[in-house]
Design a protein around this ligand. Structure first.
Ligand code: ADP
Ligand code: MG
Length: 225
């Protein structure tokens, strides 16, 4: 479903280019639960941002099904992003002044999907947040905020969910609870899930783990159960 071929990314900075990815090749099948591990600065977020069409590579080919994403215009890429991907971030990325319900309605608004209120309420209910739909982020715990963000990532029915250190701001128990929710989702909805983490016990929830170092994938292994 996702295929990266020779993907490189150089960031231009005042001090010259920073090579964040150095010819990465990666194939992800539909329904896979992949974790991306590696030290800080190894290129995990860069890779994830390119996969999610949030950023573009400086070299290489990105095939999403049959579509050559690397050559699309910014406008087509952002339409593709809305239709294909849901995102979850370490710091939840919720808007401080919106209620949980309004946060989850946003992807529906962007994708012009009707019946927003009902769909958003349903998504929150599935995350066990029925009694929190009018709460703002500051009135929710970290775990609850991340569950709102998960509901938001799923409400428009994406095929792929990309999570960049989704448990990074949570304690171990809450982190495991979030990973349990994500792992059930893969099974129930046949979503493709990619989770960036630097913690082994988080990666162990996945079915396949790649390890990055200096902008390269240096290991790619199936996780035995
Ligand atoms: P990770 O997520 O594994 O910590 P990143 O993908 O964020 O790694 O970063 C990879 C490399 O690219 C690092 O050296 C980082 O400093 C650099 N980098 C990331 N984003 C930018 C940017 N916007 N401008 C310049 N350099 C960047
Ligand atoms: Mg990162």
């Amino acid at each position: 479903m996702i295929e990266l071929r020779g993907i490189s990314k150089a960031y231009e900075t005042g001090a010259g280019p920073v090579h964040a990815l150095n010819s990465v090749g990666l194939k992800i099948e539909s329904g896979e639960f992949l974790s991306i591990m590696g030290q800080s600065g190894s290129g995990k977020s860069t890779l994830m941002n390119i996969m999610g069409c949030l950023d573009r590579s400086t070299e290489g080919q990105y095939l999403l099904e049959d579509l050559d994403v690397a050559n699309l215009s910014d406008k087509s890429r952002s339409a593709l992003r809305g239709r294909w991907f849901g995102f979850i971030f370490q710091n939840y990325n919720l808007l401080p002044r919106l209620s949980a319900l309004e946060q989850v309605e946003l992807p529906l608004l962007y994708n012009r999907i009707p019946d927003r209120r009902r769909r958003a309420a349903e998504a929150l209910e599935q995350l066990g947040l029925s009694d929190r739909i009018y709460h703002r982020p500051s009135q929710l715990s970290g775990g609850q905020q991340q569950r709102v963000a998960i509901a938001r990532s799923l409400v428009a029915n994406p095929q792929v969910v990309l999570a960049d250190e989704p448990t990074g701001a949570l304690d171990t128990d809450t982190g495991n609870e979030i990973m349990g929710i994500l792992s059930d989702l893969v099974k129930e909805r046949q979503i493709t899930l990619v989770v960036v983490t630097h913690e082994l016990h988080i990666a162990n929830w996945s079915n396949r783990s790649i390890l990055m170092r200096d902008g390269l994938i240096i290991e790619d292994s199936i996780i035995a159960r």
